[in-house]
Ligand binder design. Structure first.
Ligand code: AP5
Length: 215
């Protein structure tokens, strides 16, 4: 199953994807890697690679990396063996040109649109904490690490993303509305869009995901 997770920043795409990978692998008997363009960019920044040096200031400001760089990166990732049978694309496409390019190199089965009001997004981003080691998403109210600042899963450092600062969050929401929200109509027009109610707690969102497919 080849899936796109579409939705505003902080909607819970990465959190659900971490759970959905195992569900899909079991249901379809093949790997379904979670491919997050944001996570790929953050790893490049941490490694101080040429890509990381190029995109750091862009991510920190909440703007989008250029389409050419992002499309090339996703095309290369989808060409790998583990993505042949299925994948979850989280954070890509984010512009109409990215969606058009994707249609040229991969078939997509379904686009899940995370339906969530703005206030919930602000609450989720305001409290998000992320593990530097394994990337697990925590939240200071909804999913606290057992020990402050330490990941329950790998013992890594739990930190606040630079782009979760208030100025960057406002910019990301603006960019989402202007450049990414039009993809809802784009994929609805192709008959690929399914809305998922992303407001409830994580367990209920997992159930909503299973019903939306269904698996
Ligand atoms: P990216 O990393 O993709 O950021 P995003 O889309 O803004 O999404 P987030 O990671 O902020 O949110 P999420 O929906 O995954 O929510 P999460 O699960 O963490 O992109 C970062 C940057 O990279 C972009 O700004 C851009 O610069 C660049 N970039 C990436 N892709 C690009 C592209 N295609 N083109 C150009 N540039 C690109 O959840 C949020 C919080 O809520 C967590 O604390 C979590 O614990 C909590 N939570 C989650 N679900 C629930 C729930 N059900 N109940 C309660 N709490 C919950």
């Amino acid at each position: 199953m080849k899936l796109i997770f579409l939705g505003p920043p902080g909607a819970g795409k990465g959190t659900l994807a971490a759970r959905a990978v195992g569900i899909l692998e079991k249901a379809y008997g093949m790997p379904h890697p979670h491919i997050s363009t944001g996570a790929i960019f953050r790893a490049a920044i941490a490694a101080q690679s040429p890509l990381g040096l190029k995109v750091k200031a862009i991510l920190d400001s909440g703007k989008l990396v250029d389409d050419g760089t992002t499309i090339e990166l996703v095309q290369e990732r989808l060409a790998r063996e583990d993505a042949r049978g299925g994948y979850i694309l989280d954070g890509f496409p984010r512009t109409i040109p990215q969606a058009e390019a994707l249609a040229g190199f991969s078939h997509v089965d379904r686009v899940l649109n995370f339906d969530i009001p703005n206030e919930a997004v602000l609450e989720r981003l305001g409290g998000r904490r992320v593990c530097r080691g394994c990337g697990h998403n925590f939240h200071i109210v909804f999913d606290k690490p057992k020990q402050d600042g330490v990941c329950d899963h790998c013992g890594g450092e739990v930190y606040t993303r630079d782009d979760d600062k208030p100025e960057a969050v406002q910019k990301r929401l603006e960019v989402y509305r202007a450049q990414t929200a039009p993809l809802i109509g784009f994929y609805r027009g192709k008959g690929l869009l399914t809305n998922v109610d992303a407001r409830p707690d994580v367990e209920q969102v997992v159930e909503n995901f299973k019903k939306a497919l269904p698996v």
